[in-house]
Ligand binder design. Sequence first.
Ligand code: PSU
Ligand code: MN
Length: 304
Amino acid sequence: MNALADGRPVVALESTIVTHGMPYPQNLEMARRVEGVIRRSGAVPATIAIMDGKLMVGAKAQDLERLAGLGGKAAKASRRDVAALLVSGKMAGTTVATTMMAAAWAGIQVFATGGIGGVHRGAEATFDISADLEELRQTQVAVVCAGAKSILDIPKTLETLETNGVPVLGYRTDDFPAFWARQSGQKVDHRVESAEEAARVIALQFELGMGGVVVANPIPESHAMDAREIEARIEEAIKGAEAEGVSRKDLTPFLLKRIVELTEGKSLIANIALVENNASVAAEIAVAMSALGSEAEAKPNASA
Ligand code: PSU
Ligand code: MN
């Protein structure tokens, strides 16, 4: 990407949210709008996907159209799928884990999404823990998200992030957000008040050789849903998954789709609003990080 070579701020975006996270055509509209938000905030968007067996960093308009149109017919590329999908020449949306890995290869430090994957409810029996948590342990990318969906076990997700040494920064909040709701009932480790402060923590974390960072940014008040209402819908969706025997990599997409149906599309509108909000904060952080970078270049001895 030229933008990277020129030292401009870049924000990575994932594509499983396009292929498996939302229905067509709202997925396409969301993908375009989010790229627009990042541009207007002075950064360059780079949507990451697997296109015909090639890892694409910076999908073009027609790539977004193809991915959105394919939806669940495209593969869902987790870290373990990447090599096989590249060899077989397939189309795939990249998950948070895979997008982080590709972003780091490309030299992109900031990534915006909706929610991260985590420890599923009942994981003590199924062992279903998203590869996103393992990627955050090892890969130097900051992920701006609206917390994790309460389809997951949020306390176990936060415990696993702690075990993996992943800082969770609350963006102007003390509460870990639960995606559609602004609060999960769990606290974050550290609160930051500005993009600049987040950028300084992220830059230091990477300089110290540690792995990823979660920036937890609550859904805007205007679009937040009632936590109890959404909980009832989630329980219904989980029961449906159990009844139909849906598990493993199909579980997250199944639950997302079912919850959109059960909320008559309300959860989808909220989902789009929170991704845009995350993109805007991620762009501000990317801009602040490149300002820190040029400061360090201007005073090479300052941090020796
Ligand atoms: N959470 C969402 N929307 C999504 C996903 C998660 O609110 O679309 C996607 C992301 O790509 C995430 C993946 O990385 O689901 C996690 O899937 P799994 O639980 O199978 O690891
Ligand atoms: Mn899983």
